[in-house]
Design a protein around this ligand. Structure first.
Ligand SMILES: Cc1cc2nc3c(=O)[nH]c(=O)nc-3n(C[C@H](O)[C@H](O)[C@H](O)COP(=O)(O)OP(=O)(O)OC[C@H]3O[C@@H](n4cnc5c(N)ncnc54)[C@H](O)[C@@H]3O)c2cc1C
Length: 308
């Protein structure tokens, strides 16, 4: 089954939840990149299983991408000729239960988790306030900041495999977490996570949140970017290396190395995904020349000839 037939089948089953040729610029924090051929909003696990069955029944392999808040994604200007899955509905819920456990659907924004847990007098999740991703994206990426990572607070994650239709319930140890990485595959969807926290005074929690938000404003640029572009090499910081190589202000087309934080590549009006990609390659080359270190991309790049 070719992509247009698959799109018709998805539309027949899921109606308005399916949209064609959706610009990825509306779905990512970079606000650039081409169209995603088919976007499906799934509102329940049943929907997800239906999508999986339709995709698996196609003879051709259909490229698949799960799109969270799009805060770590760079999609090429030519777009993505496949199916993009976006969680909605049931996956936007947060439950705080006695026993210091917070359960959040895969689509819940991390700042919402941080603020709701703080308001309930739970501490330990404040670091999530500065990361503009979703719970699902954070588990996939092992997102972290301010000395903590999601793996330290994750009790269990519920993950649906689109290809097999099977669900696995994982403890943090099952996910092979390492720095900004996990074993979650591109055809798996993190639909829910249970996070641990401990009791504290809500005002103290809010104060920590305010401090993190202030720190972010003072040290990171706003605007269109995807946060840190490169992973920190062991024992050093990518931002420091890029700065030491004299690359702040370096530009390709409409994308520039931030003066405020050298690991952020800022997209200006008229920038293209190709500009970001070429600037990433240029920064990698110049840092290698300057100190011999190979910077590895933290961003997930989609639709380019080569992963950086
Ligand atoms: C201003 C800014 C600051 C940032 N600061 C930080 C930081 O301090 N620390 C940090 O770690 N990151 C940071 N990031 C990057 C980003 O927010 C995180 O990587 C986040 O975890 C990505 O989540 P997302 O929902 O946006 O995922 P997306 O960008 O949508 O996707 C990223 C990857 O996760 C996959 N994915 C998304 N949702 C799911 C799901 N439900 N199930 C399975 N796979 C999924 C996607 O397919 C893709 O491979 C920052 C980004 C920005 C723009």
């Amino acid at each position: 089954m070719a992509l247009p037939d698959l799109a018709s089948q998805l539309e027949a089953q899921l109606g308005e939840a399916v949209s064609l040729n959706t610009s990825v610029s509306d779905l990512t924090t970079y606000r650039l990149g081409g169209p995603v051929a088919v976007v499906v909003r799934v509102f329940s696990e049943n929907d997800l299983v239906t999508v999986g069955q339709i995709i698996s029944s196609a003879q051709d392999e259909i490229p698949l991408i799960v799109i969270g808040r799009g805060s770590n994604l760079l999609v090429a200007d030519s777009g993505f000729m496949g199916v993009g899955i976006i969680l909605d509905g049931d996956f936007t819920e947060v439950k705080i239960e006695p026993g210091l456990r917070l359960t959040a659907g895969g689509a819940v924004p991390l700042p919402v988790v941080a603020r709701q847990s703080a308001a309930a007098g739970l501490t330990g999740l404040e670091f999530l306030v500065g990361i503009p991703g979703s719970i699902g994206g954070a588990v996939r990426m092992n997102a972290g900041g301010h000395g903590r990572e999601i793996r330290e607070v994750l009790d269990r994650a519920r993950i649906v495999d689109i290809q097999s239709g099977k669900t696995r319930i994982c403890r943090a140890d099952d996910l092979d977490f390492s720095y900004r990485s996990s074993n979650v595959k591109h055809h798996e969807v993190v639909v829910q996570a249970e996070l641990r926290a401990s009791l504290d005074d809500p005002d103290a929690c809010r104060k920590r949140i305010d401090d993190i938000v202030r720190w972010r404003r003072e040290n990171q640029p706003g605007g269109a970017n995807a946060g840190s572009t490169f992973k920190n090499p062991s024992g050093d910081s990518a931002g420091r290396l890029i700065d030491s190589a004299g690359l702040k202000g370096l530009r390709v087309g409409g994308v520039v190395v931030s003066e405020k934080h050298a690991n952020f590549l800022q997209a200006e009006e008229g920038a293209t995904a190709r500009d970001v990609y070429e600037l990433m390659k240029l920064v990698q080359r110049k840092v290698k020349e300057s100190c011999g270190i190979d910077l590895e991309s933290e961003l997930h790049t989609v639709g380019f000839d080569e992963n950086l």
